[in-house]
Design a protein around this ligand. Structure first.
Ligand code: ADP
Ligand code: ZN
Length: 707
């Protein structure tokens, strides 16, 4: 590995070592080769082009499909002290000209833009006159027509190969399947590219799938140990999204709804809050997903079954991008299966397509009823072999018991058959348990040979069994009729006694009641809590001051390392992973102060921080004094500090008539050299303005002219 690359990694990004294949990718791209990078979410794709971009001379051009993604990346680079801009449709003509000028002058290192932007003839001509370090094509699977994120504009990116034959190109994606991979190579002209294929395992995610019993209660039990963590809860319908969000909020877990039925504005607002605030839960339909690069999503829950393993992998994959422990939790039941099958049968499309979808659903169900390690099963579906059970999923941790369900299954199938293949699970269970009720009597089912033969199992056990029969395709749901159960071809060998059936035994309720094992109840231990919150609070303030999401200031992993290492000096701080030179200089001391338990400056910061928001909201000093429970004099002092730090403009801080403001400014600027002290002008303005106003005007001028 070249020492230049390692030096950049440490100095700019604050990291000590490359991960996985990063080093190899960086080295070959820096040397000018093309690359195809397939890495799971959280694998560290960004560094694969950012480091070579910095190593090579010229402008690095990054193609990205979504404005939100671009802005996140630009903010991150900006915080690292790397000059980056995003060109997008929200910019005015003037701003665009200015950016073009800065690019020409070589002041910009990274240019992010959407594919349709890049391929405009004028843009291509503009770039051809420049020195280009590399092209990075992010989310490269968007070029695939088979994927769900197809973007026709991506197809045009192939021309970069001919237009810029000397410039290395890399395509990056977290979508692994072979078909997509080949399409990327073909359409983006990457035949010569080296391929870097990583394992798609997400080792930091703990998988748990539970049978649905009382889903809301189960969800609350899961969340109990995760107060203050951010997460996503997926539901299938908009109505349920709204209800669950309301329910969680009422239970003390702040939650926001997100689905396609909400206005664009509200959706954008909720998304922004989710990114910028900590500990929010997003309750969402699958409309919420792509473009969510929040790294510290600590859990993803499914209250409804996803329709394929592809969807499950992608949705759960949004947890733990930062590499810290995260959870994927799901509750599923027979109703989910019925619902999805119904959707499938009502969907448009030809028979072949429906069959494919049916197979995908079956694979999803198989994972739910799995008796092997979940991770082994999940990866196997994507053609990846995990030699050992993972030790980090519910099955590995809790173990699973199986039982010979052949006899019971035959009884259940027989109940279906003898009652005419048109009853739902409730009635079938009544038959097996020999319950004497009106529905049974009116159908004459008390005379069936299977009536009452199933008293050896409980109602819950029978329900589980029926669900498992459907999940394994041994029984089927009659969607044309009333949703009753039917036999399938597949159940015949079992009925004839030619095969046996082993099924999962569901853990007893008493066992599920105790807190279930998971990734981590929480990232921090009890005694660390206070300091952790203090670090997060400082990060939040800085993030607001800089108008970026908190994780752009420092990722959780970096805060956690500060907490564990307890740096005492700036040079200790520089050793913390994620603290590069620029961030050390900007934030190092503030975080050291928090770690030293030095509440003083932090408390003052807090007050000033609040005051800045109030001033921006248009409050007068008197109103702010009341709101903050302090004197007006103190408000003016804090305003002056904020003005000196350029957190506010004078117009935001004080509502002065323009003439008066100019008069005040002129008074300070009359002499030569240094600004006069406030005391020198106090008399002149006595009775007209508060002394504090003079302090503020002076501070603003000082900041403006750096006097
Ligand atoms: P991806 O785009 O593949 O989902 P990112 O590039 O966003 O992943 O990286 C995920 C997280 O891992 C980020 O917080 C990033 O800073 C961190 N990271 C990436 N590479 C390294 C490394 N070599 N050492 C430490 N942290 C890293
Ligand atoms: Zn496992």
């Amino acid at each position: 590995m070249s020492s230049a690359a390692l030096h950049i990694l440490k100095d700019v990004f604050g990291y000590d070592a490359f991960r996985g294949q990063q080093a190899a990718i960086v080295e070959s791209v820096a040397a000018g080769a093309d690359a195809l990078v397939l890495m799971p979410t959280g694998g560290g794709k960004s560094l694969c082009y950012q480091v070579p971009g910095l190593l090579r001379e010229g402008l690095a051009v990054v193609v990205s499909p979504l404005i939100a993604l671009m802005e996140d990346q630009v903010a991150t680079l900006d915080e690292l002290g790397v000059a980056a801009v995003a060109l997008n449709s929200t910019l005015g003509a003037e701003e665009q000209r200015e950016i073009a000028e800065r690019i020409r002058a070589g002041q910009i290192k990274f240019l992010y833009l959407a594919p349709e932007r890049l391929v405009q003839p004028r843009m291509l001509a503009f770039l051809q006159r420049l020195r280009i370090a590399l092209f990075a094509i992010d989310e490269a699977h968007c070029v695939s027509q088979w994927g769900h994120d197809f973007r026709p504009e991506y197809l045009q990116l192939g021309q970069l190969a001919e237009l810029f034959p000397q410039v290395p190109r890399l395509a990056l994606t977290a979508t692994a399947d072979k078909r997509t991979r080949e399409e990327i190579v073909q359409r983006l002209q990457l035949q010569e590219a080296r391929r870097y294929l990583s394992s798609f395992d997400r080792p930091n995610i703990f998988y748990r799938i539970q049978p649905k019993d009382q889903p809301r209660k189960q969800l609350l039990a899961f969340l109990a140990a995760r107060k203050g963590d951010a997460g996503i809860v997926y539901c299938l319908s908009r109505k349920k999204v709204e209800e669950v969000a309301e329910f969680l909020s009422a239970q003390g877990y702040p939650a926001l709804p997100y689905h396609a039925g909400l206005s664009n504005e509200l959706r954008a607002y909720h998304q922004k809050r989710f990114l910028n605030e900590e500990g929010l839960i997003m309750v969402a339909t699958i409309a919420f997903g792509m473009g969510i690069d929040k790294p510290n999503v600590r859990f993803v829950c499914h209250l409804d079954l996803p329709k394929s393993l592809e969807a499950y992998y992608q949705e759960t994959g949004r947890a733990g991008r930062d590499g810290l422990p995260a959870d994927a939790w799901m509750a599923y039941g027979l109703q989910d299966v019925i619902f999805l099958k119904q959707m499938l049968s009502n969907s448009e499309g030809d028979e072949r397509h429906k069959r494919v979808e049916q197979h995908k659903l079956d694979a999803m169900l198989a994972l739910c009823e799995e008796t092997r390690c979940r991770r082994q099963a999940l990866l196997a579906y994507f053609d990846e072999v995990l030699e050992q059970p993972c030790g980090h999923c519910d099955i590995c941790v809790d173990g699973v018991q199986t039982w010979d369900a052949s006899e019971a299954a035959r009884q259940a199938l027989s109940a279906i058959y003898r009652s005419g293949q048109r009853y739902g699970v409730g009635h079938l269970v009544d038959i097996l348990l020999g319950r004497d009720n009106e529905k049974i009597r009116s159908a004459g089912h008390q005379h069936l040979s299977v009536f009452g033969v199933g008293k050896g199992l409980s109602e819950a056990e029978w329900r589980t069994l029926f669900r498992q029969l459907v999940a394994r395709g041994l029984a089927d749901i009659d969607l044309d009729g009333y949703g009753g159960l039917r036999l399938t071809e597949q159940c015949r060998p079992l009925l004839r006694g030619e095969v046996q059936l082993e099924l999962r035994r569901e853990p007893l309720p008493s066992k599920t009641a105790k807190p279930a094992a998971s990734a981590a109840s929480s990232l921090v231990r009890g005694e660390e809590r206070a300091q952790w919150e203090a670090l997060r609070s400082l990060r939040r303030q800085l993030a607001e001051e800089h108008s970026v999401p908190p994780y752009v200031i420092f990722p959780d992993a970096t805060l956690l390392e500060m907490l564990r290492r307890q740096p005492r000096s700036l040079s200790d701080m520089a050793q913390v992973s994620g603290v590069g030179a620029r961030k050390l200089e900007r934030y190092g001391q503030a975080f050291l102060d928090v770690l030293a338990g030095d509440g003083g400056p932090a408390a003052a910061r807090d007050l000033r921080h609040e005051l800045v928001s109030l001033a921006r909201a248009g409050m007068t000093p008197a109103q702010m004094a009341r709101q903050l429970h302090c004197s007006e004099k103190q408000v003016y002092a804090l305003l002056a500090e904020a003005l000196a730090a350029q957190q506010l403009s004078l117009e935001q801080a004080l509502d002065l008539p323009e003439a008066l403001r100019e008069e005040l400014q002129d008074a300070f600027l009359e002499g030569e050299g240094e600004l006069p002290a406030v005391s020198e002008l106090a008399e002149r303005f006595a009775g007209r303005v508060e002394l504090g106003v003079l302090h503020c005007v002076r501070a603003a001028l000082q900041a403006e002219f750096e006097l």
